[in-house]
Design a protein around this ligand. Structure first.
Ligand SMILES: [Zn+2]
Length: 252
């Protein structure tokens, strides 16, 4: 097959693929939100799209459905260009995706968020959907702490601290976008953002009062440590990690 992206395929070939055993479909769930003065607002959506494409190829017999490019980003709204869905809207979209895809014969429907604000809405929607469609498997990777830890582990191999790796537009995401869309990165604007503790208290404040309460430039982490080379490694290794988690879950 030339591609596993259904948006690049026609219904005839999609139907044939499903009949030939492509019973799994994966969907990335990104965001459209500020990522500091140096990264494009499509950062999470682009990472989701590329990451899920790698995952679909690694899983075998799997197709990729159109990436959901907007997510729950209320805490970034003080910054222009951020578009945020209400939790109920994102949940409704997840429901509609699954309801559409199950009609075509997919037996495993998998949602992969790349943005922190999407994990909880996906968790709730997937639980509801699994009850509604017990005959198929609907799964969302919703272990936010596991997701973050997997990034920090790779960062540590590069001698990058958790604080530098960062939760938002720091060394990790800047490296990833350098690898995926270097032309969209404003390198002369690289500057460290919030590098302090990011515990429960700080995260609560972030969600209640918005990103500017922690960082005026909208960056958590240190983009000055980023590189294209590391970005490629992050993307490849996180795709491997997520593929492993999906396989465990679905016993593929
Ligand atoms: Zn991001």
């Amino acid at each position: 097959m030339k591609t596993v992206r259904m948006e690049e395929m026609n219904w005839v070939d999609i139907k044939k693929a499903i009949n030939d055993g492509f019973k799994t479909v994966v969907i990335g769930v990104g965001s459209t939100e500020q990522h500091g003065p140096h990264l494009p607002t499509q950062t999470d959506a682009l990472i989701a799209d590329v990451m899920v494409n790698l995952i679909a190829k690694k899983l075998k017999n799997t197709l990729q459905a159109r990436t959901i490019s907007v997510g729950c980003s209320d805490h970034h709204l003080p910054f222009p260009g951020t578009i945020s869905l209400k939790k109920s809207t994102l949940k409704a979209i997840i429901h509609d995706y699954a309801e559409s895809l199950q009609k075509h014969g997919f037996e495993n429907i998998i949602f992969i968020p790349t943005h922190g604000g999407n994990f909880n809405p996906i968790k709730e929607a997937v639980e509801e959907l699994q009850e509604k469609y017990p005959e198929i498997k609907i799964y969302g990777f919703t272990d936010l702490m596991g997701f973050v830890a997997a990034h920090y582990k790779i960062a540590a191999d590069f001698n990058i601290t958790k604080e530098e790796a960062g939760a938002h537009a720091g060394e990790v995401e800047t490296s990833q976008i350098l690898a995926l869309a270097e032309n969209l990165v404003e390198k002369e604007r690289f500057q460290p953002g919030y590098l302090g503790v990011l515990g429960e208290e700080e995260i609560e404040m972030l969600f209640k009062k918005g990103m500017p309460s922690l960082t005026e430039i909208g960056v958590i982490g240190d983009p000055t440590k980023a590189s294209k080379k590391k970005g490629k490694v992050y993307i490849e290794k996180i795709a491997e990690f997520l593929t492993g988690e999906i396989e465990k879950q679905l016993l593929l």
